[in-house]
Write a protein that binds this ligand. Structure first.
Ligand SMILES: O=C(O)C(=O)Cc1ccccc1
Length: 292
């Protein structure tokens, strides 16, 4: 049976682009879901073999919904990562393009997309009210259903094509080098033709309570083994103010003797360690050619 890949849809999201790249070597069935929790739940209950969701953006930072669902709500391993470039476009209904600039009354998009363009929007469309959508393509689809409204969706070039919209402006994010890290969760990924750039293991560490310097000791455990950490993020445990999980990405395979030793040592001084996944990391084809 063909693998089924759930992704944050509908068709034409950045996540859709990332999912197509991640599974480009393989015949798969792509299945859009309206929200990140819907993707993760579908994988958790076995409706999909894999799921693809955003986890971090270079401008806006962590996608907290993804982290919180991975920690609290589901038990699905991270099995791969793709870094994908983000080009934000302003998409409008073709019936509206002749109006004055001041007439645009509403800007609709995913909160991450709005945040990535906030300076541009304040400067060019201060009069427009902002409406959040579950995804950029959901916003594009909504604009396409309202030809009589002077609304702008922020989204992909693909969404413009798919929903018959006009691109009013492209590359409107406030900073260049706008990339998002997407993760695949679920069953192990089949080997790809391109070799991965690196291998990472994501850990969720709960510190021992009443242990001054516990975080310092956790970090020292990695440091003296020369294990490179690519990210550390804290998220509330949701049990009370001041209680955190630390999500730590280490640039090493889970089975490596040094990482196994580090995890054992951290556990030995009273912290809990949950391995969220150990996985190959890829860059989008277009990113590879940009960075050459
Ligand atoms: O809404 C989308 O298109 C997504 O895939 C989520 C997202 C939004 C903005 C930047 C990266 C990912």
């Amino acid at each position: 049976m063909k693998p089924t890949v759930g992704y944050l849809g509908p068709e034409g999201t950045f996540t859709h682009e990332a999912a197509c790249q991640m599974f480009s070597d393989q015949a798969v069935h792509m299945m859009p879901y309206p929200t990140i929790p819907d993707v993760l739940s579908a994988v958790d209950r076995g409706e999909c073999t894999h799921g693809v969701i955003p986890v971090e953006n270079a401008i806006e930072g962590a996608v907290n919904l993804t982290l919180d669902w991975l920690i609290h709500q589901v038990d699905v391993p991270i099995v791969g990562e793709l870094v994908h470039p983000i080009t934000q476009c302003l998409l409008v209904h073709p019936a509206q393009i002749d109006g004055p600039k001041e007439a645009w009354s509403r800007i609709i998009s995913h909160p991450q997309a709005v945040a990535q363009c906030q300076l541009h929007l304040r400067h060019h469309y201060p009069q427009a009210q902002v409406e959040f959508a579950n995804s950029t393509a959901e916003a594009a689809e909504k604009v396409s259903r309202h030809p009589d409204e002077a609304w702008i969706a922020i989204g992909t070039r693909q969404a413009a094509k798919r929903y018959g919209l006009h691109i009013l402006a492209a590359d409107v994010q406030d900073f260049q080098n706008n990339y998002t890290r997407f993760i695949a969760v679920g069953a192990p990924l089949p080997e790809r033709r391109i070799p991965p750039g690196q291998w990472k293991t994501s850990l969720c560490v709960t510190l021992a309570s009443d242990f001054p310097g516990a975080l310092h000791q956790v970090l020292a455990t990695f440091a003296w083994r020369k294990i490179n950490l690519t990210k550390i993020e804290s998220r509330p445990t949701k049990t009370g103010l001041g209680n955190y999980y630390f999500i730590i990405d280490a640039e090493m395979e889970r089975e490596h003797v040094l990482l196994k030793g580090a995890i054992a040592e951290i556990e030995a001084f009273g912290c809990q360690v949950r391995v969220l996944g150990s996985y190959p990391c890829y860059r989008s084809q277009s990113v590879q050619s940009l960075s050459r």
